[in-house]
Design a protein around this ligand. Structure first.
Ligand SMILES: [Zn+2]
Length: 267
């Protein structure tokens, strides 16, 4: 298990424990990265968030954990394909996820206090918590979802007329990996700002890797006669190690031979 200190956590529980990825979890990620997170969270005892609490995690902590999973599975370097908004030509952006996360932190913002022992923050006389996936889902049907999320997260104090400041304070206290990137088309030189969301990026990486995953499963099943379900319960590292051992046998082709390379996302 891997221990991850959280930014705010849930009601003062500011540690998450992640168990190793399995093939089953990777398939969940192809549908919904939050389900992957739900599958990977382990009960680490007092002070840790619980396996069924992924929807209650602040978005900042959700993205922090998804980024950890991304880096463990695919490495820190991200490559994303985009199409130019001017000439339509495809191009590739490459960046470091760790550097992006570091740039999102704003230690200079001293106006926001917290988190306190209950994972809450304060801006002047307004106390608030950070929004979660559950808050977004609950507010989705509201006439003004952003306002509904803000209302749900303010715990005390009068926010009237200060909504923009409070939203900025929330963003500073709990930065999410959902941002515009700076890019320049190498073909025509047009500057543009493609959107990056860690949840979308991670999902796309696992979707693109699916063919390789199937080949690995086929390779192990053929060599050892294990069932599909038992292979899907192997950790990602064990699955890849077994494939490596099998491929050391003379005359065996590796599943990697038929795969185009490192997983990357298309946006
Ligand atoms: Zn262009």
């Amino acid at each position: 298990m891997k221990r991850i200190p959280l930014i705010a956590g849930i009601l003062g529980r500011r540690t998450a424990w992640l168990r190793p990825l399995t093939g089953a979890a990777e398939e969940l990620a192809c549908a919904d990265p939050l389900r992957l997170l739900q599958d990977c969270l382990e009960d680490g005892g007092p002070g840790s968030v619980q396996p069924n609490e992924a929807p209650l995690l602040p978005l900042a902590d959700r993205d922090l954990l998804l980024a950890e999973i991304q880096r463990d599975a695919f490495g820190d370097r991200c490559e994303a394909d985009a199409a130019c908004i001017a000439c339509g030509q495809p191009y590739t952006m490459a960046f470091s996820l760790g550097a992006m996360m570091a740039s999102q932190r704003d230690p200079e913002d001293s106006l926001v206090e917290g988190p306190d022992p209950e994972s809450r923050f304060r801006l002047g006389d307004v106390r608030f918590r950070l929004p979660s996936s559950r808050d977004l889902a609950d507010a989705a049907a509201a006439e003004d979802p952003a306002s509904a999320v803000l209302t749900a997260c303010i715990l005390s104090g009068d926010p009237a007329g200060r909504e923009t400041d409070i939203e900025a304070a929330m963003a500073a206290a709990g930065p999410v990996l959902d941002l515009d990137l700076d890019a320049v088309c190498p073909n025509c030189g047009t500057s543009q700002s493609p959107r990056f969301r860690i949840s979308d990026f991670l999902r796309q990486c696992f979707v693109q890797e699916r063919r390789l995953r199937q080949r690995e499963i086929h390779c192990i099943a053929t060599a050892y006669g294990w069932s599909y379900d038992s292979i899907m319960r192997l950790s990602r590292a064990d699955r890849q190690d077994f494939v490596g051992l099998i491929c050391e046998r003379p005359g065996r082709a590796t599943p990697l031979d038929a795969f185009g390379g490192r997983a990357r996302a298309t946006g």
